[in-house]
Design a protein around this ligand. Structure first.
Ligand code: PEP
Ligand code: MG
Length: 537
């Protein structure tokens, strides 16, 4: 039996067989024996990449616009760039295999571009990496990706949000990663999916783990590989007890979330996509306080169309049957990378071109999403929330843009519902000027994950800083108090949708501050309701 430890991100016990998840595009320095054949293979990969890009160009131009499609055109041109192509061919002629040659030459040329001062040139580095990744994928036949035949436990070095969303959620019993952090988006997803998971483990990842039995104890933060009979029996008992505790919470299903002194609070859920609705229903949430809409953009090769987005939002709104659904607009950037956005690498991505900054700059992307949300608003109780706000001017610009979209849809004869517009308070700037922002909007929702990161100057992704990441820091508590007070002064409602909302040791505190809504992972709702109902506040 092998045992080890990690940091738990969701409590529970999972037992199943291991699936080792390795990155798709690991290429090693392999030699080729038949150079002519390898050159021919490279030629065919180039043709396939050209075909893929031209299909992507057509789709993007039709659905998003010529401007975005131009990014794809640049990549097609790279496939004819002599420096790039001849560099790769020369390396193949010297005996390296095609995938390794593409990877090496692509990397070398991208590094040169990335080091240049000019922003346009820097952006070319991403194009070279993108096109090289495409060629490597074609050459290595990695298109098939990672598959699970039956439910199991995923063991990986780390998983990006895009990788996580590409997995078959119904088959995942647990995640165990060597890297990651408890505040990363992958950890957040694990909580939405109710699966016991460990990050920052000491596990040695190697393919021989595939198929072996593993137990993940998300209470103690431990794992066991090839467990002995004793351990298996103890863990089965623990799993049974966890099931019983969960069953005990069923008495709170369908109850009103109201304290002993009669204070009411709404308990909403955070989700990433329509497929998470089942967790919301199962968790008995009273609405959706945060639909992280960027997840609809992850794990794919091109922009979703307006109709695709409309379909997804409509599905969520209809399933919630009149209950409020707060859709947060695209918050791409920082750890949520999407290749087809063509975002250049940044020194400080968390402080960089992300969230509302992208939407206010690349208006077509914003417009497509807002049109889809407004169209879907005719089918339920939709609210829109904007991330990463720092100024009143941004909010006014956004409101004017939204009005334009509504008018445009009405002039096309399309129906829209009454939509509340709110903002996330997740930057210290927004918190400090919350008195000025409140009169501009219908609600606030505090994103404590980013608010903590930016207030304490602690990267939420950096596991080395987990010990310093104190979400109960007095600075955060003071900001939270101020935000709720300023919201109420202006007569609007205030909620919390960051992970802190589910911290049961703070429920009384939040109720005293006057928060009207707490939005948490769906699986946390019943336990939180138990806390509210038993509260003296
Ligand atoms: C937050 O920052 O607290 C938040 C809810 O947004 P995200 O975690 O998606 O950045
Ligand atoms: Mg945030």
């Amino acid at each position: 039996m092998i045992t080890g430890r990690g940091r738990p991100v969701y409590q529970g016990v999972a037992i199943g067989r291991i699936y080792v998840h390795t990155k798709n595009q690991a290429v090693s320095d392999r030699k080729c024996s038949d150079i002519a054949k390898e050159l021919e293979r490279f030629q065919r990969a180039k043709e396939k990449a050209t075909e893929e890009l031209s299909a992507l160009y057509e789709k993007t131009a039709a659905e998003i616009g010529e401007e975005q499609a131009a990014i794809i055109e640049v990549q097609s041109l790279l496939l004819e760039d002599l420096d790039y192509i001849e560099g790769i061919e020369a390396m193949i002629k010297s005996g390296s295999d095609a995938a390794f040659s593409v990877h090496e030459i692509g990397d070398a040329q991208a590094s040169v571009f990335a080091s240049l001062d000019d922003d346009y040139m820097k952006a070319r580095a991403t194009d070279i990496r993108d096109i090289s990744d495409r060629l490597v994928r074609i050459l290595t036949g990695a298109d098939q990706g990672f598959r699970m035949d039956e439910p199991g436990i995923i063991v990986a070095e780390d998983l990006t949000p895009s990788e996580t969303v590409s997995l078959d959620k119904d088959k995942i019993l647990a995640f165990v990663t060597r890297q990651g952090s408890s505040n990363s988006h992958t950890a957040i997803l694990a909580r939405v999916m109710n699966i016991p998971s460990l990050v920052l483990t000491d596990i040695d990842i190697d393919p021989t783990l595939n198929g072996r039995t593993m137990i993940v104890d998300g209470f103690a933060g431990s794992y066991y590989i090839d467990p002995d009979d004793n351990t298996m029996a103890t863990m089965l008992e623990k799993q049974k007890k966890a099931g019983e505790y969960k069953a005990g919470l069923e008495t709170y299903r369908g109850k009103e979330s109201i304290t002993k002194s009669g204070r009411k609070v709404k308990l909403f859920a955070n989700i990433g996509s329509p497929s998470d609705i089942k967790y919301v229903i199962d968790g008995d949430a009273e609405g959706i306080g945060l639909l992280r809409s960027e997840f609809l953009y992850l794990g794919r090769d091109s922009f979703p169309t307006e109709d695709e987005l409309f379909g997804a939002y409509r599905e969520v709104l209809e399933a919630m049957n009149g209950k409020k659904v707060v859709i947060r607009t695209l918050d791409i950037g920082a750890d949520k990378k999407v290749d087809y956005f063509g975002l250049a690498p940044e020194e400080n991505p968390a402080l960089g071109y992300r969230g509302i900054r992208i939407c206010l700059t690349e208006r077509e992307i914003f417009r497509t999403q807002l049109r889809a949300i407004y169209r879907a608003s005719a089918y339920g109780n939709a609210a829109i929330m904007f991330p990463m706000i720092i100024s009143v001017k941004e909010v006014q610009e956004i409101k004017a843009f939204c009005r334009g979209i509504e008018e445009e849809l009405h002039s096309e004869g399309k129906q829209t519902g009454a939509v509340e517009l709110g903002i996330m308070i997740e930057t210290p700037a927004a918190a400090v000027i919350s008195d000025l922002l409140a009169p501009e909007v219908d609600f606030f929702s505090v994103g404590t994950n980013d608010l903590t990161q930016y207030t304490l100057a602690i990267d939420r992704q950096n596991e080395k800083l987990d010990a310093f990441y104190d979400a109960h820091h007095p600075a955060i508590m003071r900001l939270l108090e101020m935000i709720a007070a300023n919201a109420h002064k202006a007569g609007i409602w205030a909620g919390i949708c960051g992970e802190l909302a589910g911290d049961l040791s703070l429920t009384d505190e939040f109720l005293k501050m006057g928060y009207d809504e707490l939005s948490v992972a769906p699986s946390r709702v019943l336990e939180l309701r138990k806390n509210v109902i038993n509260s003296e506040v």
